[in-house]
Design a protein around this ligand. Structure first.
Ligand SMILES: NC(=O)c1ccc[n+]([C@@H]2O[C@H](COP(=O)([O-])OP(=O)(O)OC[C@H]3O[C@@H](n4cnc5c(N)ncnc54)[C@H](OP(=O)(O)O)[C@@H]3O)[C@@H](O)[C@H]2O)c1
Length: 302
């Protein structure tokens, strides 16, 4: 198949281009800077926030399937506010441009990256895809992120596309890698555990994010899927394990009430209140299973 990957220079996009080519697909890598392009059958250059450059680049590639792996989260370490604001624009404006391009060139499928940790923290510890999104989160930054996620998901479903809600990505190049933002924070003893540590995280190794995207490209299924490992874990389980795997000091325990001030709103939410994601639908409908079913097998080891 002819597949175009937008975000082809990213942590997921780069190995995805290689994995698709290994399966015999003809891959066009859409990048904004040709010098950062991975090895591909073709490289097309466009800024995803520039409508006409996206339409021109996608129509030149004539893909049957378009994959959207755009984010600006690599800026998290330097400028978190800009990372979230730019990513929100990529999820709204960037997705709109790709949807328009998909329609214009007659591609039959759009596969897009979303997140599995945008649900409102209500009900059971582990939620399926029907759970309401946290659109009214008390933190304005997170509420804006979740609203952008909702726009992306609606736009993608409008063209009968596939939304892959990735769990918290770990592995090479991610924030959980030793050199990543969270890895460095834990190594420096600066990520304490709020007492109870009841917030649940569903993790996903980068290799499995790639595998699910390949599966989605080749599948006839459409809709929204949690793409997460099989072991949603409370912070009280995973954070000490992760620190140990990194060779970091055991996280100190702080009162839950102090967590937002000490950790920032989002991290406090993740460690105290967030819900995990049930991946049954991806298994049953998409036929995808994680090759790394548990974060215990690699979180903190790369
Ligand atoms: N589920 C999760 O936990 C989750 C989800 C997303 C991201 N993350 C975190 O974010 C980091 C990277 O993951 P990722 O693969 O999603 O992101 P990434 O590595 O930053 O890749 C994003 C891609 O989007 C491209 N891009 C950004 N702005 C663009 C624009 N205006 N026009 C065209 N292309 C543009 C980037 O190109 P350039 O190379 O030119 O920048 C890059 O190819 C990791 O640290 C990961 O932990 C986590």
């Amino acid at each position: 198949m002819r597949v175009l990957v937008a975000g082809a220079s990213g942590v997921v996009g780069r190995p995805l281009v290689g994995a698709l080519r290994a399966r015999g697909h003809r891959v066009s890598a859409l990048v904004r800077d040709a010098s950062r392009a991975p090895e591909a059958d073709e490289v097309v250059v466009a800024d995803a926030l520039d409508r006409s450059s996206v339409l021109t680049a996608v129509s030149a590639a004539r893909p049957e399937v378009v994959v959207h792996q755009l984010s600006a989260l690599s800026l998290l370490g330097d400028d978190p506010a800009e990372a979230f604001a730019r990513t929100a624009r990529l999820r709204t404006e960037g997705t709109r441009h790709l949807v328009e391009a998909v329609r214009a060139c007659g591609a039959r499928r759009l596969v897009a990256q979303s997140i599995a940790f945008a649900a409102a923290p209500a009900g059971p510890d582990v939620l399926d895809e029907h759970a309401p999104l946290y659109l009214d989160a008390p933190d304005p930054g997170w509420a804006a992120t979740v609203r952008a996620v909702a726009v992306l998901e609606e736009l993608v479903q409008g063209v009968q596309g596939v939304v892959l809600r990735y769990g918290a990505l770990y592995g090479p190049g991610t924030v959980y890698a030793r050199a990543g933002g969270t890895g460095q924070r834990v190594l420096a003893g600066r990520l304490p555990l709020p007492s109870g540590g009841a917030g649940v995280t569903s993790f996903l190794h980068v290799e499995d994010a790639v595998g699910a995207a390949v599966r989605a490209v080749e599948s006839e299924a459409f809709g929204v899927f949690h793409v997460t490992d099989d072991e949603p874990a409370a912070a009280v389980q995973w954070l000490p394990h992760y620190a140990k795997a990194l060779g970091a000091p055991a996280p100190r325990v702080v009162p839950e009430a102090l967590a937002p001030r000490l950790l920032g709103w989002f991290t406090a939410h993740q460690l105290t209140a967030a819900r995990g994601a049930d991946n049954s639908r991806a298994s049953v409908t998409l036929g995808w299973r994680p090759r790394r079913p548990s974060w215990r097998e690699g979180l903190g080891e790369e």
